[in-house]
Design a protein around this ligand. Structure first.
Ligand code: UT7
Length: 385
């Protein structure tokens, strides 16, 4: 059986139109543009307005990625939506996205791993493709952190923005896609970045709201220290796991949380500034959406191109971290789908099961049952003739 790799063949992003600049924040908070920019690198952030939603942004980004990939939503094998700010605690936002895309019966799940959620999602998609379970996987990172921010809290209100980014990974036999990844978690730092209310530990109540537990709380200094410790290390580990050196990395696309943290991670692996992609000035920290949004911009600006080797690294609530080395391969012709076998497979007694699984999985099962299927096809055509 040939090796299976998951190549990124489509990408898309969506950011809300409404912008809040540092000057806007100066009017409502005890802060300055100078303080925000020098400490974080942020000049402005996009935030959603009434009527917009996390799922709406995720769908917009996903549609763009699917169109570029030339993959129909119903031909996806799996949908992964990485977010910590879903529309609802339940149902999962991934099912809202699946339905809105018209990805009938496609498996979907929400991945909650803080800001590194998108990189966790890439690693997961890669595994599904490499194992032969799926041929096309959609990975979305989408966040509306602005809905969970206390606008009077200058330690968080200056940092976060909203947005969504998405990619489609497609099977190919050319070595590319996720070459290596590192995933990490240290729950000892849970209190350093936490939304204490609204979950089962502190369900919605007047008291909960009176205490302001519905807002994100952050010990910025602690998170900064943690990020400075893990980011460079995770990046170095992923480069080594891919059997590469820093020189092999064409572009470093880190989680856009703080320009100073990004610079220290790049220094740690001795990456020159011109190989580091930073767009935090325009978007702020969009959590799990920051890397896919930055990836799209890197493509738009010609900073990322087919053939390049990219390095992703992120950190966030959990506390968690993740890094991945990704090679951008040429889009190859999709594996031939034996349509007659699939439709025949659906006539078999397993048809009932097949309606509840994604089309990639159906395809694999269909191939597995193909000798039986061919035999049944002959019988079927004879009985019709
Ligand atoms: O995706 C992961 C999400 N979280 C992060 O990435 C957060 C990582 N941490 C950071 O980015 C930084 O810690 C911050 C940008 C949040 C803060 O920068 P800092 O250099 O660590 O500042 P600090 O918290 O040590 O505060 C320094 C001073 C304090 O005043 P005093 O005690 O020295 O008088 C703060 O009260 O700056 C004050 N301060 C502010 N001043 C003006 C804190 N926030 C502000 C503000 N404007 N917005």
């Amino acid at each position: 059986m040939p090796e299976r790799y998951g190549n990124i063949v489509g990408w898309g992003k969506y950011v809300p139109e409404k912008i809040i600049t540092n000057a806007d924040l100066e009017k409502i908070l005890d802060t300055t543009d100078e303080w925000i920019f020098s400490r974080t690198g942020i000049r402005q952030r996009h935030v959603i307005s009434e009527g917009e939603s996390n799922s709406g942004m995720a769908v917009a980004a996903a549609r763009e990625a699917l169109e570029m990939a030339d993959v129909r939503a119903r031909d996806l094998g799996l949908i992964i939506v990485a977010t910590s700010s879903p529309d609802y605690l339940t149902p999962p936002i991934s099912s809202q996205v699946q339905h809105a895309l018209g990805a009938k019966d496609v498996g979907a799940f929400t991945l909650v791993a803080g800001c590194p959620g998108f990189v966790y999602g890439l690693a997961t998609a890669h595994q599904f493709i490499a194992a032969g379970a799926c041929d096309n996987v959609l990975v979305v990172g989408s966040e509306v952190v602005s809905r969970f921010i206390n606008k009077q809290d200058r330690s968080t209100a200056i940092l976060f923005g909203d947005g969504a980014g998405a990619v489609v990974l497609q099977v190919t036999s050319e070595p590319c896609g996720v070459l290596s990844f590192v995933l990490g978690s240290d729950g000892a730092g849970a209190q350093d970045l936490i939304l204490p209310g609204g979950g089962s530990a502190a369900p919605a109540s007047h008291e909960m709201v009176d205490e302001g537990l519905q807002y994100l709380r952050m010990n910025g200094r602690q998170v900064f220290r943690f990020a400075s410790r893990v980011l460079g290390r995770a990046l170095k580990q992923a480069i080594q796991k891919a059997n590469l050196t820093t020189d092999d990395i064409d572009l470093f696309i880190p989680h856009q949380a703080n320009a100073r943290i990004i610079a220290s991670a790049a220094r740690y692996v001795k990456l020159p500034e011109d190989k580091v992609f930073v767009n935090i000035a325009d978007y702020g920290n969009t959590s799990a959406a920051s890397i896919p949004i930055a990836l799209c911009e890197a493509f738009e600006q010609g900073r990322a191109k087919i053939g390049d080797t990219l390095a992703f690294v992120a950190f966030g609530a959990g506390l968690t971290w993740a890094s991945a080395i990704v090679k951008l391969g040429e889009k190859t012709a999709p594996l031939p789908v034996e349509k007659s076998r699939i439709s025949l497979f659906e006539l078999l007694p397993f048809g009932g099961i097949s309606s509840s699984i994604g089309s990639d999985l159906k395809r694999n099962l269909a191939q597995f049952f193909s000798p039986l299927s061919t035999f049944a096809q002959k019988l079927f055509s004879r009985s019709r003739g």
